[in-house]
Each structure stands twice: as C-alpha cells, then as structure tokens.
Design a protein around this ligand. Structure first.
Ligand SMILES: Cc1ncc(COP(=O)(O)O)c(C=O)c1O
Length: 255
C-alpha cells in the first residue's frame, strides 16, 4: 500500500490502517524503511496500525518476516496479529493471538468480550502443544514448503507462467498475459481441468491480471496442476488470437 496514493481527505479521517506483510495474496514483503514510514505516519496522525503478521514464520532462504515491533515507535500505535494457521498447519482451528501495549490490547479485549468468549479450551491446549513443539516441527515444515515453492516456480515457468520467487508465504502470484481475465482463466481451469486457483480479481480490482497459486500440495501434484494450467493458457491464447484475426478480417471486409 502506497501511502502517497491515499487521498488527503481519506487520510485525514483514517483511524485504523490495516497492513499485511508478508502478504496474502501477492507474497510481497515489506522493506524496513517502508515499515518505518508507516509507523511514523501513524504516530503523526494518531492512527491505529493493525499489522497482520500471519506469515511471520513462513520465510525462506534465511528471510525472517519482521515483527512491526522491531520498528522504533511501533509500540505506541500498533497491534500485531499472529495465527497458528500457517506456522503449524492449523488452518481452520481459529487460534491465534494479538500483541500490543496494555491500552491497545485492552481495547481489543473489551470489544472481544462483547463479541464472543474465546476459542474452545481443547483447541487452545492444542495450540500450546504446537508452540512447545516449535523446534521439532517448524523448521522441517518450512523446508517442505521451500521444496514445494521451488517445484511450483519451476513447473509453472515451464508452462509459460513466469513469476517472482516468493521469499515468504505459501503463494505464487502469477501474472497473466494481457487480455486474459483472471476470473475467466480460473473458471476454465476449474471446469475443464479440475484445478483450483484464486483469480486476482477475487481480491479486488487491483488483483486483476494475476492469479494465486497456493503451494500446499506435493511437488508432483503441483507439477500436474501447472501442466493443466498450461493447457488452459494455450487454449485461451489461441481463442484470443482467433478473435483478433476475425476482427481484423471483419474490418478489412468492411473497408
Ligand atoms: C494475512 C492472513 N491473516 C489471517 C489469516 C487467517 O488466520 P486465522 O486462520 O488465524 O483466522 C490468513 C489466512 O488465510 C491470512 O492470509
């Protein structure tokens, strides 16, 4: 999110800024100077910075997604959210935590206490057990994801889908050729080939032109998914070329 692109009148009435890095769906990571700027802006404007750090432990090649609290001054303005979903393969268990100063955490506690009563204690106990197994589980699990990432990048590249190699998260954010809408591509891939990817447009207009792959399957299955995606890409490219040729012929006929 480029703060300079936010209109001044929106900025003037902004009370909360939500940021998520490493990012789902783009896999983008935030440089430290960017985070410093964000914290500075939030302090100047008295904005609460909600920092979603769900992928804090899903970094590759030695990259460690930073906590917002590594940035000077963040303690006064930020609350950081973590989740067991990614680090411990506990997606759907709905277990995580938030870290903030007593004033900010107290406000969340107040809102939460009027909304629900917290997660079932059995799941909380499982969360504790997971955290206690960090050393046995997390580095090896990360190595599995790194191997899947490498397999996914290579397999999709071989089918004509080049993308940046993500340094964090479990996602590839892959550009589509101009003229191929992400929803149409994802629909055809699902209907004709039985492969599910997320169309970028599903995340908002800014995501158009991309699709997201979650590398949450074995390298073999990912390679098969990439092969099928290549079939759809070539079919849609051929359709597009045929349409363009028909248009040119029609124009020529008219003139
Ligand atoms: C950025 C981000 N935050 C939070 C979540 C979900 O966390 P939880 O399962 O703890 O609700 C996800 C999962 O997709 C995510 O990508």
């Amino acid at each position: 999110m480029d703060l300079d692109e936010i209109p001044a009148e929106v900025m003037a009435r902004t009370r909360v800024l939500y940021l998520n890095y490493a990012n789902n769906p783009t896999a983008a990571i935030a440089p430290r100077d960017y985070l410093e700027r964000v914290v500075r802006t939030c302090r100047e404007r008295d904005i609460l910075l909600v920092y979603d750090n769900a992928y804090s432990e899903m970094g590759f090649d030695g990259y460690v997604p930073p906590s917002i609290f590594e940035i000077d001054g963040a303690r006064d303005v930020a609350i950081e959210f973590h989740s067991l979903s990614k680090t411990y393969n506990m997606t759907g268990w709905r277990c995580g935590w938030a870290v903030a100063s007593p004033a900010i955490a107290g406000a969340l506690t107040k809102v939460k206490s009027f909304t629900d009563t917290g997660q079932y204690m059995g799941i909380q106990a499982a969360g504790v057990a997971a955290i206690e197994c960090w050393a046995e589980f997390v580095p090896a699990n990360l190595a599995v994801f790194a191997a899947r990432r490498d397999a996914a990048v290579a397999a999709f590249a071989a089918e004509g889908f080049a993308c940046e190699v993500p340094r964090a998260t479990m996602y590839l954010w892959i550009p589509l050729p101009e003229g191929i809408a992400s929803a149409a591509f994802a629909d055809r891939l699902r209907e004709e080939q039985g492969v599910i990817v997320m169309p970028g447009s599903g995340f908002g207009a800014g995501g158009e032109g991309f699709f997201r792959v979650s590398f949450i399957q074995s390298p073999e299955r990912i390679a098969e998914a990439a092969r099928r995606a290549g079939v759809v890409l070539r079919a849609m490219t051929a359709d597009m070329t045929a349409d363009m040729t028909a248009d040119v012929m029609q124009e020529r006929g008219a003139s």
